[in-house]
Design a protein around this ligand. Structure first.
Ligand SMILES: NC(=O)c1ccc[n+]([C@@H]2O[C@H](COP(=O)([O-])OP(=O)(O)OC[C@H]3O[C@@H](n4cnc5c(N)ncnc54)[C@H](O)[C@@H]3O)[C@@H](O)[C@H]2O)c1
Ligand SMILES: [Zn+2]
Ligand SMILES: [Zn+2]
Length: 368
């Protein structure tokens, strides 16, 4: 079939919205008609050429939500008409990692996904007979996508898809960091560094875990105000004294849980230093630049601090994204404030410009 999609032709150049070909889903695959897709930093990171594993041409986009159109042979967990959220982090429910509660890093299709292929090593996307590679196994800056069944979470059909799409990446990453990676405990003190989509999600996750105190640090007063709406109890404008201020606020010890959601290594260091001696857990969700390293004084670890990394918030997508959406539908998660701009597919590059200008939290592309 023919469809419109935003193609990355060349690194550092705007995406080109054009007609491309999409083949029918093969065995184990699903054709999804996209309704909405958020514009995330990872799309921009790849488009800029900064990602060493990037490739062109490819159709970007990974924060998608839509409706199942048709399914390939052997697909049993979704049916035409089902509403789904796309998962760049799939869940096969069979591999050694899927069977272990300690990780969400499914191994089943990792290698081919990283190369821009569907699991059988080929692509469904093409143009004039030349293959176009898939991006993050999702390629959701497009009217339709073909994805493996194991990379789709079936959700409540009542949930608005232009809100549900944020659960495909940024929001679940933040919520999950608090709920599944750190498993924040009731009454605990938490510090979240960064109040973008991921940090605000982490603030909301700490609140859902019934944390006693939630400190949020950011440079933007406007974003700190949003953190307050999501449940932050204390706001700090980040500066050279952030670490001292947090230690002081926490009786000289630091916080039970700290979260880093900026992608800056110097902030990661602050998140480690402000985790409490004895048992403080620092969870790192931000993605640092290529080649950057994190320096840690070993004494901080000997004295009981721990560090965890969190990809997609540790969320096992097919099992847990539907539950997060249910909590949103029950009024426990306020998603509306995160959506700052509604765009058409033709305006996708504007989504990147808005992100660079830090204008709003999320731009969402609507396909209808
Ligand atoms: N682990 C994952 O699976 C995953 C998924 C999505 C995004 N990410 C990463 O998470 C990070 C955050 O993503 P986002 O979409 O929320 O980004 P964002 O740019 O919207 O938010 C980052 C925030 O950090 C703040 N900040 C900058 N310097 C600071 C400082 N010194 N102290 C405190 N705050 C500071 C900024 O003001 C901004 O509000 C990025 O690195 C992104 O790549 C990771
Ligand atoms: Zn993302
Ligand atoms: Zn798996």
């Amino acid at each position: 079939m023919k469809m419109r999609a935003a193609v990355l032709e060349e690194f550092g150049r705007p995406l080109s919205v054009q007609e491309v070909d999409l083949q029918e889903p093969a065995a184990g695959e699903v054709l999804v008609r996209l309704e909405a897709c958020g514009v995330c930093h990872t799309d921009l990171y790849t488009a800029s050429g900064a990602d060493p594993s990037g490739y062109v041409p490819t159709v970007l986009g990974h924060e998608g939500a839509g409706v199942v159109e048709s399914v390939g042979d052997g697909v049993s967990s979704v049916r035409p008409g089902d509403h789904v959220v796309t998962l760049f982090s799939p869940q096969c429910r069979e591999c050694i990692h899927c069977l272990d509660p300690r990780t969400n890093l499914c191994l089943k299709i990792r290698e081919e996904q990283g190369k821009g292929h569907l699991p059988d090593g080929t692509t469904r996307l093409s143009r004039d007979g030349e293959p176009i590679r898939h991006f993050m196994g999702t390629s959701t800056f497009a009217e339709y996508t073909v994805m493996p069944e194991i990379a789709l979470a079936g959700i409540d059909p009542e949930a608005p898809l232009d809100r549900a799409c944020l659960f495909a990446c940024g929001l679940s990453t933040g919520l999950g960091a608090a709920m599944y990676t750190a498993r924040v405990t009731e009454g605990s003190t938490c510090v979240v560094f960064g109040a973008g989509m991921v940090g605000l999600g982490a603030v909301a996750g700490c609140r859902l875990q019934n944390a006693g105190r939630i400190v949020c640090v950011d440079l933007s007063a406007e974003r700190l105000e949003m953190a307050r709406e999501q449940g932050a109890t204390d706001l700090i404008a980040g500066d050279g004294n952030t670490v001292e201020r947090i230690i002081e606020m926490t009786d000289g010890f630091g916080a039970d849980f700290t979260f880093e959601a900026t992608g800056l290594v110097q902030v990661m260091e602050q998140a480690v230093e402000t985790a409490r001696m004895g048992w403080g857990l620092c969870t790192i969700a931000g993605v640092a630049g290529k080649g950057e390293t994190l320096e840690i004084v070993p004494r901080l670890l000997i004295t009981g601090r721990r560090i965890a990394g969190s990809s997609f918030g540790g969320v096992k997508g097919r099992d847990q994204v539907p539950g997060l959406i249910d909590r949103y539908m029950a009024g426990e998660i306020n998603v509306d404030p995160f959506i700052s701009h509604d765009l058409t597919l033709d305006e996708v590059n504007r989504g990147f410009e808005l992100m660079k200008a830090q204008d709003g939290i999320r731009s969402v592309i609507h396909f209808n």
